[in-house]
Design a protein around this ligand. Structure first.
Ligand code: AMP
Ligand code: MG
Length: 329
């Protein structure tokens, strides 16, 4: 027979056990809710600031490596980059990434009816020289002569790029051609970085290469909140977006430009005229499934203008455009 005293002891022990289990359960619940901290690292790459936010420092480094690889391919200023070799030799045995980049670029060339054209390189160089001088306050740039533009226009057209897939060879039809991947390489680099993060098991991160952004998963319980800069009143925001597994990119006439005689000449060129786009648009923000798509389309729509740009976006699934014109300001 169990004595009353022993029964009281067993009762006490059961109560203690229940208390212990409850305390353990409560602690785990609280620990589960407490978020691991997010780290944000910024590096100067691809001519802009690249920022990666995630909860794993090792993964951040691995993602930056991916961006570095794309920079090595697409850097106009590095004579060893693949696009510089292509410019020098008119042909190259290309890496898989350059092949994809060029194929994606020709896809946007076709989709935009030539408004997006990476072979505008020789003309982009003419305008960028002036933008640089203006930014460094070295001079008030003179406009290029119409003859200079006309000569370079003869080199433009993505249909003059030949791709031999079996040999991975990219070749230009004409000497003097070059490609400028400034309108798509940052978006592509962001996608590469995000893929690397996914491979490493990361399900919450944000990668931002100078406004080419991908939001992986959520940040805690909420979507990632992204502020889009006001094109005329920086650092004011124009609007904010809440994104999850989506990309956003903005092309604007305020990012690189110079002003002569009160007129703004921006870095986005109309490949048909050889002159900076002048269609009343000051910024285009695209939301899409990948950063490559958002980057390519933001430039394409900027050149196409509001009406044709909106038409193009309507034909593409899971994409959205916010086009801001001068008169909206
Ligand atoms: P984004 O900021 O993505 O709109 O890209 C603009 C950059 O793309 C410029 O700085 C140029 O390097 C390049 N670019 C300019 N105009 C064009 C164009 N019509 N098609 C393709 N790339 C362009
Ligand atoms: Mg772009």
């Amino acid at each position: 027979m169990i004595s009353g005293y022993r029964l009281a002891v067993i009762g006490y022990r059961v109560k203690s056990l229940i208390l212990l289990v409850t305390a353990y359960w409560l602690l785990s619940a609280v620990m589960g809710c407490a978020q691991k901290p997010y780290y944000k690292e910024s590096r100067l790459m691809m001519g802009t600031i690249v920022e990666i936010t995630c909860q794993d420092k090792f993964a951040i480094n691995a993602a930056f490596e991916e961006i570095k690889n794309i920079e090595r391919i697409a850097d106009n200023f590095d004579p060893g980059s693949e696009i510089s070799q292509l410019k020098r030799n008119g042909r190259i045995r290309a890496s898989d990434d350059l092949l994809i980049l060029v194929k994606e670029s020709t896809k946007y060339y076709s989709l935009s009816n030539g408004a997006f054209d990476v072979t505008a390189g020789p003309i982009i160089d003419i305008w960028k020289k002036r933008i640089k001088a203006f930014e460094e306050k070295k001079s008030i740039p003179s406009l290029p002569s119409p003859d200079e533009i006309r000569t370079k226009l003869l080199l433009i057209g993505s249909n003059k790029i030949l791709i031999d897939d079996t040999e991975s060879i990219i070749r230009f039809v004409q000497p003097g051609m070059s490609i400028d991947l400034g309108a798509i390489a940052k978006g592509y680099a962001v996608d590469k970085a995000v893929n690397r993060l996914r491979e490493l098991g990361i399900d919450s991160a944000m990668v931002n290469a100078g406004g080419n952004i991908y939001c992986l998963g959520k940040k805690g319980k909420r979507k990632w909140r992204i502020g889009i800069q006001h094109p005329r009143k920086s650092p004011k925001l124009l609007f904010t977006l809440d994104l999850e597994n989506q990309a956003v990119a903005t092309s604007g006439d305020y990012q690189q430009y110079f002003i002569v005689g009160g007129k703004r000449y921006s870095h986005i060129i109309d490949p048909k005229t050889g002159y900076p786009v002048s269609n009343n648009i000051i910024s285009v923000t695209i939301i899409a499934k990948t950063a490559t798509e958002a980057d390519g389309l933001s430039t394409a729509v900027f050149v196409l203008g509001k009406e044709k740009g909106d038409e193009l976006i309507k034909t593409l699934p899971a994409t959205e455009a916010k086009i801001i014109e001068e008169r909206d300001m």
